[in-house]
Design a protein around this ligand. Structure first.
Ligand SMILES: [Ca+2]
Ligand SMILES: [Ca+2]
Ligand SMILES: [Ca+2]
Length: 329
């Protein structure tokens, strides 16, 4: 269970006597269960404490709209029911006898496998995103964009969809082929090209071209999808249902088979599984790379390139100019 505790008080050392400033209340918040199918009954556990006074008010916003929905008296177990599928941000705020506040925030996910629970609009001016990849170090996405013949990679906020950073791919080699897939690998960007050359390209953090190699997952076609499992790159093929694991030297180490020609491949590091979309269906497949078995088939609807963020599978919807986060149980 995730417990978030906010500490907004400023603590002066003992001995400062009455020079110590007023201290804010502390709030501890947990929820059980954190996720499940709607209608979802949960119980929040709230506990508050004011180091130098008393907590006079505690209130809870169940749905993240900024409006507090309920006043709580003292420490409490608060039941609540979420009827609709969504990713809810819950805030508890306590106020002390000096009028200072402390807050704690927690997320509750009410969803069935396959539900789109979050959408983000494309940033202004962006009309096509080729692929996105999640960056756990920042909690943001990297997106590959082509405007005319000028490709760029940009970092976009997972919470708002706004652009935080743009990396132009100015080396002429990037404009020669159709860049398609994007993966973040050890601080560099790994991309595949389209039908022309079937290469994998590497760009450094500044966008400089660092090298390339022929797509190892197919001798005659091109790479479809690209994922990094911490040791190997995984990619599908345009001319078979193979999904191959290979090294940067191009040595294929393993092959599993998708249900159809692959659209995209990503890696769920929590379960150690591949997440695969295909051209032929609107399903998302969870494949165990050690056995090649499809462990789960999730009907999602229109799918395209995407990425896994540890909770949701996000895919690019170039028809509606949105990034869509799908819950997978
Ligand atoms: Ca206080
Ligand atoms: Ca509310
Ligand atoms: Ca992808």
């Amino acid at each position: 269970m995730k417990i978030l505790i906010s500490i907004t008080a400023v603590l002066f050392l003992a001995g400062c006597g009455n020079l110590a400033p007023d201290q804010s209340p502390l709030v501890a918040l947990s929820v059980s269960p954190e996720r499940g199918a709607p209608p979802l009954d949960v119980t929040f556990s709230v506990s508050t404490y004011d180091p130098d006074g008393t907590v006079v008010k505690t209130e809870i916003d169940f749905d993240g709209d900024g409006v507090y929905d309920l006043d709580i008296t003292g420490d409490a177990a608060v039941p609540y029911a979420y009827a609709l599928a969504d990713l809810y941000v819950v805030t508890v705020r306590s106020t002390d006898d000096d009028g200072l506040t402390g807050t704690a925030i927690i997320e509750v996910l009410a969803a069935n496998s396959g539900d789109v629970v979050k959408t983000l609009p494309f940033p202004a001016g962006v009309t096509e995103i080729r692929d996105i990849t999640y960056d756990a170090s920042t909690g943001d996405f990297w997106a590959l964009e082509i405007q005319g013949s000028t490709p760029s990679i940009f970092r976009v906020s997972r919470s708002t969809g706004t652009i935080r950073e743009v990396i132009p791919l100015t080396d002429p080699i990037f404009s020669l082929d159709s860049l398609n897939e994007l993966a973040l690998v050890l601080g560099n960007f790994q991309m595949t090209t389209g039908a022309l050359a079937s290469f994998l390209y590497t760009a450094g953090p500044s966008g400089a071209f660092l090298g390339g190699l022929p797509c190892p997952s197919t001798p005659t076609g091109y790479c479809r999808g690209l994922a990094w499992d911490g040791i190997y790159l995984w990619s599908g093929a345009s001319d078979s249902t193979d999904i191959s694991a290979f090294t940067f030297a191009g040595t294929v180490k393993d092959v599993v088979f998708a249900p159809a020609i692959v659209e995209d491949v990503d890696y769920d590091g929590t379960r150690g599984h591949l997440l695969v979309t295909t051209e032929a269906s609107s399903n998302l497949y969870r494949i165990d790379p050690s056995t090649g078995i499809v462990d789960e088939t999730i009907a999602v609807g229109a799918l395209n390139k995407g990425t896994w963020d540890g909770l949701l599978f996000w895919f690019v919807d170039n028809a509606s100019y949105q990034l869509k986060g799908v819950y997978i149980n």
